[in-house]
Ligand binder design. Sequence first.
Ligand SMILES: *Cc1c(COP(=O)(O)O)cnc(C)c1O
Length: 508
Amino acid sequence: MESQKKPNHRQWIAQTPEGVETLGKGVERVVEWAQEYLSSLDEREVCPQIEWGEVLKGLDDGPPMGGLGIDDIGGLIGEADEEFVDRLVHWNSPRFFAYFPCSNSVPAIMGELMSAVVNVNGMLWSTSPACTELEVRMMDWCADMFGLDDGFRFDRSEQGGGCIQGTASEAVLAAMVAARRRCTKQGVDRSMVTVYTSDQAHSSVIKAAMIAGLADDADDRSRVRVLKSDGDLRMDPAVLEQAIRDDIEAGLVPALVVATVGSTSTGAVDPVGKIADVIERCLGSDHFGGWLHVDAAWAGAACVCPEHQKILDGHERADSLCINPHKWLLTNFDCDLFWVRDRNELTDSMSITPAYLRDKASDTSEVIDYRDWHVALGRRMRALKLWMVIRCFGVDGLRSHIRGHIELAEVFERWVVGEPRVEMVCDRMLGLVCFRAVQGSGSTSRLVEEVNSVGRVMITHSEVPIGAGGAMESIARVSVGTPGVGLADIEVLIEEIGLGLDRVACGS
Ligand SMILES: *Cc1c(COP(=O)(O)O)cnc(C)c1O
């Protein structure tokens, strides 16, 4: 594999005159590739049918001793395209309706590139002041955009604020350790704290409990209460209240309740205000704990539109909240916005200052040092892509993006309602439509398999407890959220589901 003539490695060092030149040439080739890729999404199978090991087979067993030169870059990009890109699920395809789509945009891609170029570590304010200050302002801009309570803002409260976490999973972990710290600070033994969420909450809540040491494994319920949701798959405040009262009676300390606004399976919205009432009733002034975290990872993005902000009703009584622009707000991975009402409670749980991180600015505590807000010490300048997105689209642009997707979801919803072989499982939630085959659970899962095996569109399957008996039933989910989606794609989706239904009928 070694190439004949030794390439000059300096050409790859971006900070040299040679590097600056090769960066120009290299990025140009990448951009050419990107334009071709993005224009070909329409013709690509959304989900290639691939066996484990196919990509591995195409890769040498070990790394090459010799490197390459800029003249080889076209070939290298071509190789990546053939070997890897062809074997990806095309999340950016306009016919990707699975999971919750993630989204990017031209400004986000540019911001990501700029962030890679400056490549700073914003662990402390002093290690890259603009990295922190831009993020502080973006958190306030977004709080403004989403109609969040002033108590979460740096500029309108004493203790509130937020930071960019990688993911909603990291956000709930941060909320969990802060919630536990609130209890242990009062002298509570950490082994006594309990956390509550519903059976429709994202799996990241239990995972956070496992990481934080509140659960030994995913099934350990000694400190984690997974509450049975109500008939509409929302957290049931009465069930929560009973669980909290039982635990208090048993001498345990309810530390955290995680409410979901826009559940992953069906988009269900927990009654956050009523949950806050329960917490207040059971854990009022003379108790500890009672941290309320709101997980609005997906649905929160819709709150850029004033008409959807009511889904966050009650959040003004929460202690923390997260929304993922990397899902539905045109900002590429990774970008989760995490707000807290009292940032000292958060940093209390994660702040540690070894001598080599001491500095004057931090000692005066006049500055925000984001290293104390999450697991990682180092952090890149993620706020830059968010700033680019908000500046380029404007709030108006972001609103029409969301509204357009909701209208497309309505088109699909109307088809489901009019099609006798399928029915809605629950009301459409924003861009998410959950439906099932009228023939039952088995047909629904077969339908999703059939539709995805063709590869023209991709949808997902989930299981939720339906009806009074609460038996688990298969549902099919269509989530409209990929940036380039249009009416023609919804038509293809409808056609493919219709054909899938034909095949399921023949097979049974
Ligand atoms: C997607 C999702 C998550 C997990 O998001 P990550 O950012 O990938 O960790 C958590 N909660 C809800 C409600 C989600 O929809």
